[in-house]
Design a protein around this ligand. Structure first.
Ligand SMILES: Cc1cc2nc3c(=O)[nH]c(=O)nc-3n(C[C@H](O)[C@H](O)[C@H](O)COP(=O)(O)OP(=O)(O)OC[C@H]3O[C@@H](n4cnc5c(N)ncnc54)[C@H](O)[C@@H]3O)c2cc1C
Length: 506
């Protein structure tokens, strides 16, 4: 973080490098490799770059299909700095207020804001007794943010001793507790407990078992603000692609990788879906981590990430996404609305553990036209609504047959905040976990890859330096530090760090 890398720093060893996948982790890795002097080719199986940060354009509407919130915009600036440039004026990243408007099951509404005075006033409205609790809790969250995000997020965790070194500190921070247990020790009101725990779901963490370290998300949001990219998040993708190409990198869209060739446990090249080959000894996979090993290294003997081990890992839920446009505006809606169903823990257990669809779902509604009219034709709005749902591992939901019905019921649920909405919808596009599997190659169609439990984090997560083949590196949500745009950008920074270490010692 806060790149200390000199602009256009040159690597000791210049190589032919390949990056598999153009999610934010892959794009950032490709930019950093190219800026270090490696001749880099970025292979993407889809026809568009961005991975989860894709875009759908239909009838004058622009819909992002993935991340909508940028929480640490300085990390984008760092990417430009490492390429010897400054973020261009055309890439406008603007703050959003309120961060979220949270609708609770009893009809109460919490405006979740960044500035302390408004936040405390809102807490007081719900439960005056919890104001003091929040004041004690926030500095602890800040501590998590400083240690886990700022300091350990860019610490490689490639050796067991790395983990042993931080273990006493993790014990002191009580990382073994869940976010829900941490928040519950400061906040009494059950509704406020939901308000301060739901955001671990944004990286696929179950609030009742994700490590309390992830309570840092609230501090991270308050420290750097919540932001929106004008034109939609895919504009950020477009700018990063331009930067990579400007640096001399090659982007090959619609060009899936079939196999990582690694005889004698050393990378020698790639077999591509179109039957051609790429030769080189430096490969960075941003493809789904489990599938990098299961499919792209299917016939390579693996010491650590065997199919059996990957099978036993816990995966994050799937996502049910509807992008839709309307022929009227809803100025009463906030940019980000959360609608929490009455069942909280039980609903999450249905999704994470039982693999069944809860009814009703808890929803996140994105209404970017609020701040950005360019996304919809005159007089209309572009929306997306997102819900965590079971991933495909248990196979209990027949997505092809239930998705239209489920979309109808989700849109009906939205009428609680946008009366008459359904009669103004002019188009809709639905994504289920099947699309995450088929389009993006996500194992079990999970939204955020491995569940971020303590035993699947840091050293326990697949490492950024692969244990399976020399010359293979991993970036993206399935490796350290984990999912979310800041997390995957950190993984690319880590890549640069471990390559610099390699160069120093070779
Ligand atoms: C709906 C949704 C909303 C989200 N909202 C937010 C948010 O608001 N803020 C936030 O910070 N995070 C958010 N996240 C999380 C965040 O978007 C992701 O964690 C992050 O973007 C994942 O990036 P990644 O680098 O892991 O790559 P991915 O985006 O997963 O991309 C991987 C790429 O690899 C490609 N690929 C796979 N296999 C191959 C192959 N064999 N050959 C070539 N290419 C291949 C895929 O096609 C894909 O393009 C959200 C995620 C989703 C799904």
């Amino acid at each position: 973080m806060n790149s200390s890398q000199a602009p256009h720093a040159r690597t000791v060893r210049r190589e032919n490098a390949a990056v598999i996948g153009s999610g934010f982790g892959g794009l950032a890795a490709a930019i950093r490799l190219q800026a270090r002097g490696h001749q880099t080719t970025l292979f993407e199986r889809c026809q568009q770059a961005g991975g989860r940060a894709g875009v759908i354009r239909d009838q004058g509407f622009t819909f992002d299909t993935g991340p909508t919130v940028i929480t640490a915009p300085f990390m984008i600036d760092d990417l430009y700095t490492c390429a010897g440039e400054q973020r261009p004026e055309s890439l406008r990243i603007v703050p959003v207020d309120p961060f979220y408007r949270v609708h609770l099951h009893d009809g109460s509404v919490f405006n979740y804001r960044g500035d302390e005075a408004s936040l405390l006033a809102e807490i007081e409205k719900f439960s005056p007794a919890d104001v003091e609790g929040y004041k004690r809790m926030h500095p602890r969250m800040e501590e998590f943010c400083q240690r886990a995000f700022v300091e350990l997020g860019t610490y490689p965790f490639t050796r067991a001793t790395d983990m042993l070194r931080v273990a006493p500190e993790l014990a002191m921070l009580r990382a073994d507790r869940s976010v829900a247990s941490f928040v519950g020790s400061y906040i009494r009101d059950p509704r406020l407990r939901r308000v301060f725990t739901f955001n671990s779901l944004l990286i696929g963490g179950h609030p009742f078992r994700v490590s309390s370290i992830y309570a840092m998300i609230h501090a991270l949001e308050r420290r750097w603000g919540m932001h929106y990219v004008m034109g939609g998040t895919n504009e950020l993708v477009r700018h990063l692609v331009d930067l990579f190409v400007r640096l001399g990198g090659t982007l090959r869209l619609g060009c899936g990788v079939k196999k990582i060739i690694a005889p004698n446990r050393a990378v020698r090249g790639l077999d591509l879906e179109d039957g051609s080959h790429w030769e080189g000894s430096l490969v960075v996979s941003n493809a789904d981590t489990a599938n990098t090993y299961r499919l792209l290294m299917a016939d390579a003997p693996r010491r650590v990430w065997t199919d059996r081990r990957l099978e036993r890992m816990a995966y994050t839920p799937g996502l049910f996404l509807i992008c839709f446009g309307t022929d009227r505006k809803y100025p009463e809606l906030a940019h980000h609305t959360i609608l929490l169903a009455e069942r909280y823990r039980e609903l999450l257990d249905d999704i994470f553990d039982r693999g069944v669809l809860p009814d009703p779902l808890s929803l996140y509604l994105h209404a970017p036209s609020r701040n950005d009219p360019s996304l919809a034709p005159e007089g209309g709005e572009a929306f997306y609504v997102l819900a965590p749902v079971p991933n495909l591992s248990r196979g209990l939901v027949d997505w092809d047959s239930c998705k239209e019905r489920l979309a109808d019921s989700v849109l009906a649920q939205l009428e609680g905040v946008a009366p008459g909405l359904r009669s103004h919808i002019v188009n809709r596009h639905i994504w289920t976990p099947l699309e995450y599997e088929r389009v993006l190659g996500s194992y079990h169609g999970s939204g955020f890859q491995f569940e971020p439990t303590l035993l699947q984090s840091a050293w326990f997560r697949p490492h950024n330096i692969s244990e399976e083949a020399e010359g293979l590196y991993l970036v993206g949500a399935g490796t350290h530090p984990g999912a979310g745009v800041p997390g995957v950008l950190c993984s690319a920074e880590l890549l640069e760090k471990v390559l610099a270490q390699r160069d120093r010692t070779s």
